[in-house]
Design a protein around this ligand. Structure first.
Ligand code: ATP
Length: 332
């Protein structure tokens, strides 16, 4: 048995939240330029690559035991069937892209990708993109360790491959905090000073998902009809970045004032029930309630961990609630 058949390479990548997301008007090519401030959250995905006996790429899925996602599965509020375990899975497509970039057309064995998931599915937190990012890193390392390729692709090359899989994939490759322009893939990582406090977030999931393309389509419709203003200046405010990176304690109220999401209005138009979730966050304890990305998850930014925990455990009302934090930089 050759060595690569014993080989196992794992990589992780975080889910994300957009602390700022300004969307420009749709371009002739159908894309929307954005100004995004991405933050990794403490929930992450892990992909482990091993050699498989059968050729091709196979997948398996594990929901991280003890995670909020596992609890949701137990109560029937999450169905793992929502995650395709075939060529439609972004991790599969990432593995294919890495093999192709290395010029490996017929690998010496099949590849098996084992996904350990804790980021909610279709929650606007880039769970699929994180799987793709983790698979890019793990397969890249695997093919070199297996002796199928001489040199690993660089992080930049992996990010470029990721762009073709989805706008959030390059950010999930680097994690941390980053400003993104273009469709979000032109990234500038931001250094967060040692000791910076992570922002506690309470994420409130919705009973039904929202598809990202439908939210952009609704934004275009509302803008064309004059129901929403046209896309304005596409710049992440320097003050928001300064507030987040000034070190030590953070001014959560000021950060909350500076946050923005242009997809919130179209997400609310498609899922009006989200208004209630936003309104429920209109309390002393919650500095900001904002739709996360294209929704339908709503993120409550709160002052401290105790508040986050007590809000997440509040009986009645929202059942699918969990705590996370910003800036869980995960670069491996
Ligand atoms: P984003 O924030 O990037 O728009 P999301 O977090 O809202 O994405 P995902 O969890 O990535 O949504 O899943 C959206 C859909 O993508 C799923 O319903 C599923 O059909 C498909 N999908 C493909 N690959 C994956 C994956 N590895 N994990 C989860 N869903 C995947």
């Amino acid at each position: 048995m050759s060595d690569f058949q014993q080989l196992s390479v794992a990589a992780t990548a975080p889910g994300k939240i957009n602390l700022y997301f300004a969307v420009g008007d749709v371009q002739a090519n159908g894309y929307h330029p954005v100004a995004s401030l991405y933050s990794a959250v403490s929930l992450q995905e892990r992909v482990t690559v091993t050699a498989a006996e059968t050729s091709g790429i196979s997948l398996s899925l594990e929901i991280v035991p003890g995670s909020a996602l596992a609890a949701m599965e137990q109560t029937g509020e999450f169905d793992r069937a929502a995650v395709p375990l075939n060529h439609k899975n972004l991790a599969y497509r990432a593995a294919e892209a890495v093999l192709e970039a290395h010029g490996i057309s017929s690998p010496a064995a099949g590849l098996h990708l084992h996904i350990e998931k804790e980021v909610p599915v279709a929650g606007g937190m880039a769970g699929g993109s994180a799987d793709a990012a983790a698979a890019l890193k793990a397969v890249n390392e695997f093919v070199v360790k297996a002796g199928w390729a001489d040199t690993e692709l660089t992080r930049e090359q992996l990010m470029a491959l990721g762009t073709r899989l989805g706008a959030d994939v390059p950010f999930c490759v680097i994690g941390g905090l980053a400003v993104g322009y273009g469709v979000g893939e032109e990234l500038t990582p931001i250094t967060v000073p040692e000791g910076t406090r992570q922002l506690p977030l309470v994420m409130v999931l919705n009973d039904r998902g929202l598809s990202t393309p439908s939210v952009f389509t609704e934004l275009d419709r509302a803008r064309a009809a004059g129901d929403l203003p046209a896309g304005g200046e596409l710049t992440v405010p320097a003050e928001l970045v300064d507030e987040l990176t000034r070190g030590g304690e953070l001014d959560v109220r000021r950060i909350a004032e500076l946050m923005r999401n242009d997809l919130q209005a179209p997400a609310l138009a498609l899922a009006p029930e989200l208004r209630q979730t936003l309104a429920a966050g209109d309390t002393e304890d919650v500095a900001a309630a904002l739709v996360s990305g294209s929704g339908p998850t709503v993120a409550w930014l709160v002052a401290n961990d105790e508040t986050a925990r007590s809000l997440a455990q509040a009986p009645g009302g929202h059942r699918r609630v969990f705590c996370t934090t910003t800036f869980s930089a995960d670069v491996n």
